[in-house]
Design a binder for this molecule. Structure first.
Ligand SMILES: Nc1ncnc2c1ncn2[C@@H]1O[C@H](COP(=O)(O)OP(=O)(O)OP(=O)(O)O)[C@@H](O)[C@H]1O
Ligand SMILES: [Mg+2]
Length: 285
């Protein structure tokens, strides 16, 4: 099983630059990734060596099931995140990569792209979310599962190539609804309780059925493939013990990096190249 040392170093650096951004050199090329998620909107900025230099995020419910339900609200948040980072790094951001859940239609993809463009970020590349996550993870064989707020997306990787992708409802929002129902509290209170560091073991037990449901989604999609390893990313995979539940249910070693929340946004930023630049880069490699 691979080590997450490099991935963990980058996500830790990202958490640091969210608090205190680094100033890039004047002409340095910047790699920007915008993750318009169901739970979090994240803007990640990397330097030319693909190291994090700035980041900003908001908890926001502007997307549901991969569809932008509050278009103007989404644009305002992206503008805020962009401005926050621009004043921290002293440079204007003018381009970005974005990501979509696997299976998103052409028109929904354009809609998500329009949010970025309307906020002043020209979209240079559109990637699949679990594939973006794997740009950082660099898994060669196995399954990358991105358990976000609204959906669980997955990509099966064989010999470094993505051979299958899927996306299904069930994620952190589902967990929050279970917590709200169990404790008879509001969604907002349940969201906080779910993430309370002192209550993590209890949450792991309470939300085991949701973890089992996610395991069953993974099982259905990997049937027919030989899978040696499963890697969980996305905010909802922070849930204590979810990797053990998936491993028990499927009989496949399942692991997660130390900080699974920002893997996908960082991976999106790593894909911030135009098709021409990618061809040139691959030609050189
Ligand atoms: N420590 C934690 N324990 C449990 N859940 C957590 C924790 N931290 C974050 N989450 C959950 O992770 C979810 C958000 O994850 P993420 O940012 O990956 O989703 P998203 O990209 O916004 O959603 P999607 O990919 O479905 O559109 C939320 O439901 C949030 O409550
Ligand atoms: Mg996501």
């Amino acid at each position: 099983m691979g080590s997450f040392a490099k991935t963990d170093a980058i996500t830790q650096a990202f958490e640091r630059v969210i608090k205190q951004a680094c100033v890039p050199k004047d002409s340095e090329e910047l790699f920007v990734g915008l993750d318009i998620g169901t739970a979090y909107m994240v803007l990640a900025v990397l330097d030319a060596k693909l190291q994090p230099i700035a980041g900003a995020y908001r908890f926001a419910q502007v997307v549901r099931d991969g569809i932008v339900v509050d278009y103007l609200g989404a644009i305002d948040i992206v503008k805020d995140l962009k401005q926050e980072i621009e004043s921290a790094i002293g440079r204007e951001l003018d381009h970005t990569a974005i990501a979509i859940p696997p299976g998103t239609s052409y028109s929904d993809t354009r809609f998500i792209g329009n949010v970025a463009e309307s906020a002043g970020l020209h979209v240079v590349n559109v990637v699949n979310e679990p594939e973006a996550a794997n740009t950082l993870l660099q898994l060669h064989n196995g399954v990358v599962v991105d358990i976000g707020g609204g959906t669980t997306g997955l990509a099966i990787i064989e010999n470094g190539e993505v051979v299958y992708t899927a996306d299904e409802p069930t994620g952190g929002t589902h967990c929050t609804l279970v917590v709200a129902g169990r404790h008879k509290i509001s969604f907002e209170e349940a969201e906080e309780l779910k993430k309370d560091p002192a209550r993590q073991d209890e949450m792991g037990r309470l939300l085991k059925p949701v973890s089992q449901k996610i395991a069953s989604i993974i099982k259905r999609h990997i049937t027919g493939h030989t899978v040696s390893e499963i890697v969980l990313v996305g905010g909802a995979s922070c849930l204590v013990g979810i990797e053990d539940v998936v491993s028990e249910e499927l009989g496949i070693p399942t692991v997660k990096p130390a900080k699974p929340l920002f893997i996908t946004p960082i991976g999106i930023a790593m894909n911030c190249r135009t098709a021409d630049e990618r061809t040139t880069h691959e030609g050189r490699a």
